[in-house]
Ligand binder design. Sequence first.
Ligand code: GLP
Length: 262
Amino acid sequence: MEIIIQPNADAASALAARHLARVIRGKPDAVIGLATGSTPLRLYAELIRLHRNEGLDFSGVTTFNLDEYLGLAPDHVASYHRFMWEHLFDHINVDRQRVHIPTGLLTGEDVPAYCQRYEDDIRGAGGIDVQVLGIGSDGHIGFNEPGSSLASRTRIKTLTRRTREDNAQYFESAAEVPHHVITMGIGTIMEARTALLLAFGESKAAAVAGAVEGPVTASNPASVLQMHPVTKVFLDEDAGSQLGRRDYYHWVFDNKPTWQRD
Ligand code: GLP
């Protein structure tokens, strides 16, 4: 894992955007995995800026989102479909046919076949080149809650009370937060060639410390990224505040050979 701690979320997001832009410029038909939540908002704003001001071209890019709430129609205010169009897709030249977000509108029997198709579509597209990830305050990635199998594939999950509370802000009332979701599995995420994990703010500090410096455990699903060959972790100072090797990460970043800089 490469740990990149920046003074604030804007600076960290700009670095993550620069990495993504470089991938897309080098491979115009790149396959990008995308996340929702408050964390990637600055990253998406920066990608939109790069598209508008620096001609970053998304026309050949294929996207796969991590997850969606079961039971929410795409136009529901809190759906991840709505989130993605509002905060990114409506502002760049992505090809609608190449956008993949798990549907929230499935009945029980359809779920396994749908999840298998989602996996097949990712493989069919050539696999994910770069996966953007946030982290839940309990260490979840996608909606893989603590206890998720580290080998899991796209499937239905039940949210913990903590995640439902954390995400209640996006709904009119806490009771409205669905109990069930569809999420890429941890095994699915681990197949991405590069993972970019972003985390900002004090509320993520414990989960980040566990993920980066704790044992690899299903109790902190993000910790499995220690087993991933190319993971970059973009943090602000607050999210990195519980890392024991903080000084070392700063030193490594500040002393990177120029040829290694993104
Ligand atoms: C949500 C999403 C995750 C996201 C995480 C953190 O539940 N399913 O993909 O990374 O929780 O959300 P936020 O960025 O709003 O803190």
